[in-house]
Design a protein around this ligand. Structure first.
Ligand SMILES: Nc1ncnc2c1ncn2[C@@H]1O[C@H](COP(=O)(O)OP(=O)(O)OP(=O)(O)O)[C@@H](O)[C@H]1O
Ligand SMILES: [Mg+2]
Length: 281
């Protein structure tokens, strides 16, 4: 039987996903800094609250109070549901203090799971966010340990908690990446990738792509999106449409594909002399 859908609150994305994320599994949102991962995660939690589904937001890089303030500037109030006990904002720094003081080299996955399970039962949460996942595993240095840890954490959450979980991550040179894809991408039920893309006009646009979604047909098209006051993430046109328009605009403005005025070199003149790299390179 098909799983119930859990709408993310991002209308265009929910349409693409046949209504939302399949219930009860873990999903990964991957993107570099500033792409809107925390905004996405907060939108997912807010959508749940509006539907009467309590949520848990584990904020790892940012103090929950700072995150609340940032979201207030977007017009969103997470303070009230938190005061009302419908939303639990968890600061995980105590775990890291424990790691520091005990000289352990990692946060224990079982301990995280036990604590999370208590919190879920306490407010009967249906949605969980871990933003971001990376520091929870970064202390681990052996690849096998990292894989086991992530497996334990993700399977433990999926099998036992009865929640739909969104984890954020940033692509980067941390140890548990294997080639282009982090190991965690193979273990979760869906992966959404966000990035900034430069158009021919030189302007950047935010783009999003559903890379994987088990049990759901996906069109594998990369879409542009904006972050807007009150609305949060709003899906726009496919990237290829934006690129086509930008290429036309760039041509009309006499810009090179990189967004700068057409150079002498680009017009068939001599090759540019190489710019020496700073010594640090
Ligand atoms: N009120 C607003 N209107 C439009 N855009 C906004 C508004 N508030 C924040 N933003 C945009 O949202 C971006 C930050 O989004 P967010 O914090 O969700 O990103 P992130 O991917 O979580 O970043 P990090 O990796 O640093 O945690 C900012 O760079 C800013 O451009
Ligand atoms: Mg963030």
């Amino acid at each position: 039987m098909a799983r119930d859908r859990v709408p993310t609150g991002i209308t265009g994305l929910d349409t693409m996903l046949s209504g939302g994320l399949p219930f009860g599994k873990s999903y990964l949102l991957s993107g570099p800094p500033g792409t809107g991962k925390t905004t996405f995660a907060a939108q997912f939690i807010r959508e749940g609250l509006e539907r009467g589904e309590n949520g848990i937001f584990i904020s790892i890089d940012e103090k929950p109070s700072h995150m609340i303030e940032d979201l207030e500037s977007l017009g969103w109030d997470l303070r009230t549901p938190s005061d009302e006990g419908r939303l639990t904002l968890l600061d995980v720094s105590p775990y890291f203090n424990w790691v520091r003081y005990s000289k352990a080299n990692a946060v224990d996955a079982n301990e995280v799971l036990q604590d999370l399970s208590k919190q879920v039962r306490r407010i009967n949460a249906k949605r969980v966010v871990i933003d971001p996942l990376v520091p929870l595993v970064l202390h681990r240095d052996r690849m096998h340990d990292v894989q086991e840890y992530i497996r334990k954490l993700i399977f433990g959450i999926d099998d036992n908690l009865g929640v739909t979980t969104l984890m954020t991550t940033h692509p980067g040179p941390w140890s548990f990446s294997s080639g282009d894809n982090g190991i965690e991408e193979f273990m979760v039920s869906g992966v959404i990738t966000a990035r900034l893309t430069k158009l021919d006009t030189g302007r950047h646009v935010r783009t999003m792509f559903v890379r994987k979604m088990r049990g759901t047909p996906t069109d594998l098209v990369e879409y542009t999106y904006t972050i807007e006051q009150d609305k949060g993430i709003v899906i726009g046109e496919p990237l290829f449409e934006a690129q086509r328009r930008a290429a036309r605009e760039a041509r009309d403005l006499g810009l090179s594909p990189e967004g700068s005025p057409l150079s002498r070199e680009a017009n068939g003149h001599a090759e540019p002399s190489p710019v020496p790299l700073p010594a640090a390179y």
